[in-house]
Design a protein around this ligand. Sequence first.
Ligand code: ATP
Length: 235
Amino acid sequence: MLEVRGIQTYYGNIQALKNVSLNIGEGEIVTLIGANGAGKSTTLMSICGVTPPRHGEILFRGRPIQQLSAEQIVKLGICQVPEGRHIFPQMSVLENLEMGAYLRADKSGIKADIEQVFGRFPILGKRRHQAGGTLSGGEQQMLAISRALLARPALLLLDEPSLGLAPLIIKQIFEIIRQINAENNTTVFLVEQNANQALKIAHRGYVMENGVITLEDRAENLLSNEDVKRAYLGM
Ligand code: ATP
């Protein structure tokens, strides 16, 4: 579905991604793990057009997208949930969800999808008229993911959904991601520092260090890899 070929991404003169290649198959959950500052977010931002790579190629279903704008990339079916969630704090839960559907015109489909969100997250339904900024961190993460789903993406990019959340809530969020992949047939690219949880729900994973992919394998193999255990799983 997505093929990243040798991308190099810069912030001014600083090279954040050195030669990153990875691929994501239709229907997969693929995770990218690594330490703080390794380049995980930059990889995600390069795919969705926010920090386009200076060199290399990104193919979505065979089509080069590295020169498209972020909006054109969303229109192709690639949606991101950024680190820190970035919901609209003054808008209600319902309005936040409606914003996610801004490229769609099928009013009844949007309504049905919003009801589906409230079925999946009853707490969001209960708080539909409450301002987004008044929700707890976990609820805001649920809202951010749901808002992205309102665009009906084929590929969902998630940047550190577990950041700043309590362990029990993290478990719920990862279970929700697993369900979204299994039930909605949404392909997921998951950037995470919480390697343990991410590898538990992913099919495959990549490990990144200093802007370079150093390891790739099936998730269960990475979970039992001694180097990964030592460096990222605290074992
Ligand atoms: P984290 O988990 O902390 O988000 P990360 O693996 O996602 O880390 P990136 O945020 O992609 O890493 O950062 C990769 C490198 O690029 C780091 O050295 C970082 O300091 C640098 N960097 C990131 N954003 C910028 C920016 N806006 N301007 C300059 N340098 C940046």
